[in-house]
Design a protein around this ligand. Structure first.
Ligand code: MSP
Length: 530
């Protein structure tokens, strides 16, 4: 991308039937890291997230809790979903709720247009529906439950709960008209769906034939009314998908819409079909551009299964952040799991990586270098004298890491970007071990050499702070302050990532301060799980 390009990234909007778990937080953090990276690359960046509040699932949860769906949604948004963004340090630009008036009115505009243009007709729907998925099901999606409360019944393969049989007069969207155009899209825009595993599955699904989609419900009224028929509310997925455009001014603010759209969409692979089939077909019908890309990330697994609240395997993000801190949370899930693949969560793995990578690898490096500048140079970053090959090798590693990380982030290969940046941590640690500044400090004749070594190390930390700031914003901010970089170079969030690899930006004589351990030792890593 060229600097200044538009980069609009959106997470799915989350159901408010329950509180967030770390699977939801994972999508949020990945989107936030990509957004922060692009902001610091000078792109015109916009990060959207929000909540999905209509439909039967929310209605039933509210009724079960003796309240109205609106009150339930307000409570969950204010007490759980907005606080989640604080807990994991998400710098979103907007938060859309599907009960916002801006969303509801723009949905009506979109629907009326499709109706007027002949893409919607009325018909009879007869089939299965899973309220957990809020999705119409084909027989392939179901299985007969062998054991337990539902033995002998047809259950949804995802929720393992019985599906409902629907027979309703509904409005239908002519999705089948778009089968070939969708297949052409997947061919011509090769990275439209990522990763390839998800792409292949979607292509197979579309090739096997698309049916028209029922887009309204008349048996309950918690939703957006169909503009031309008050007896129907819009099918929850059909309106929820529209949040990506209603939030940026579709139908009301053409200028902003043109500035932002199309979006990069991060979704869990379980909902890739909605985003890579239904959503682009809807956009094609409305004559709008399809998304820039749809990336289906993997699942966090617990005991080999997708973590989920309904199966009681959900872990609250605060259970991790309270012990390890927010940066460790952000770093761990994005570095330990290949983005696009499933990953198993375990407290042991988290604790081990915290200790070896964050505390011993990065945190220690920062503390040692700053302590040595304090001890040997009274807190003033020394000037480099002539560079040796070892010093120049560090410079080269920093440059290569910056380029490689940027190329990886362009492909949403977030784990590869972290691995590239971590080459700087590893190389610098090795460099310090070999250069032995503590030994140089004992020989007055080596004063210049000591200065060069510590300048090289401090300048490497400067680059690391910039490159890692999208991932671990809190600790890099501390490091930035301790390096005395703010005065000379300005705020960390304003540092250019593409230029982070240019050597020699930290001015000699910058005043370092002391720094507490960025990742302190944790006594008892595994909190008791309620
Ligand atoms: N409301 C719909 C999305 C509508 S978008 C127009 C929905 N909501 S959800 O709350 O159930 O899920 C939101 C996101 O969380 C999905 O991307 C889903 O994949 C993700 N995750 C839920 N559990 C997850 C894991 N265990 N692991 C990783 N991501 C998971 O679907």
């Amino acid at each position: 991308m060229a600097a200044g390009d538009s980069f609009y990234i959106a997470t799915p909007i989350f159901y408010v039937n329950d509180v967030p778990h770390i699977g939801h937080a994972y999508t949020e953090v990945a989107a936030d890291v990509l957004a922060r990276w692009h902001r610091q690359s000078g792109d015109d960046t916009w990060l959207l997230t929000g909540t999905d509040e209509h439909g039967q699932k929310i209605l039933r949860t509210a009724v079960a809790n003796d309240t109205t769906p609106q009150e339930w949604a307000d409570k969950l948004v204010n007490e759980s979903w907005l606080p989640l963004l604080e807990t994991i340090n998400i710098a979103n630009d907007d938060f859309i709720r599907t009960t916002d008036e801006r969303h509801e009115s723009a949905v009506r505009i979109f629907l009326q247009k499709l109706y007027d243009d002949g893409f919607i007709y009325s018909g009879e729907y007869e089939g299965y529906y899973c309220v957990g998925c809020e999705e119409y099901k084909q027989l392939d999606d179901l299985m007969e439950s062998a054991v337990g409360d539902y033995a002998g019944q047809l259950v949804c393969k995802i929720h393992t709960r019985p599906v409902e049989v629907l027979k309703e007069k509904n409005y239908f969207f002519r999705m089948s008209d778009f089968q070939q155009r969708l297949l052409d899209l997947y061919e011509s825009q090769r990275d439209f769906i990522q990763p390839d595993s998800v792409r292949n599955e979607i292509i197979q699904f579309v090739k096997s034939g698309l049916q028209d989609l029922s887009i309204s419900r008349s048996s309950f009224d918690w939703g957006i009314k169909v503009p031309w028929d008050d007896d129907h509310v819009v099918y929850v997925w059909f309106e929820a998908l529209l949040n990506y455009i209603t939030a940026i001014g579709y139908g009301t603010d053409d200028e902003n819409f043109a500035r932002r759209w199309p979006a990069n969409q991060l979704v869990g692979k379980d909902i890739a079909r909605f985003h890579a089939v239904i959503w682009p077909a809807m956009l094609m019908a409305a004559n709008l551009d399809v998304p820039r890309r749809v990336f289906g990330h993997g699942w966090l697994l617990v005991g080999g299964e997708k973590m989920s609240k309904s199966k009681l395997t959900g872990i609250a993000p605060s259970q991790i952040t309270d012990t390890f801190g927010v940066d460790a949370f952000r770093y761990y899930f994005l570095s330990a799991i290949n983005f696009g693949q499933d990953g198993s969560f375990s407290w042991e793995d988290l604790a081990a990586r915290y200790q070896s990578e964050l505390a011993n690898g990065f945190g220690n490096l920062a503390s040692r270098v700053i302590a040595m500048v304090n001890r040997y140079f009274d807190g003033a970053v020394p000037s480099p004298a002539s560079y040796t090959e070892a010093d120049l090798a560090i410079r080269d590693v920093v440059l290569a890491a910056t380029r490689n990380a940027d190329a990886a982030m362009e492909r949403f290969a977030i784990h590869e970007a972290i691995a590239s940046i971590w080459t700087i941590v590893d190389e610098l640690n090795g460099y310090i071990t070999i250069q032995e500044p503590w030994a140089l400090s004992k020989d007055a004749a080596q004063r210049e050499r000591l200065g060069t070594v510590l300048y090289t190390a401090a300048e490497g930390l400067r680059a690391l702070a910039v490159l890692l700031s999208p991932f671990i914003p809190e600790s890099t901010e501390k490091l930035w302050g301790a390096l005395g970089a703010t005065e000379a170079l300005g705020a960390l969030v304003n540092q250019s990532i593409p230029e982070a690899g240019n050597w020699g930006q930290l001015p000699p004589a910058s005043r370092v301060s002391t720094i507490d351990a960025l990742f302190p030792r944790i006594e008892s890593p595994e909190p008791s799980i309620a």
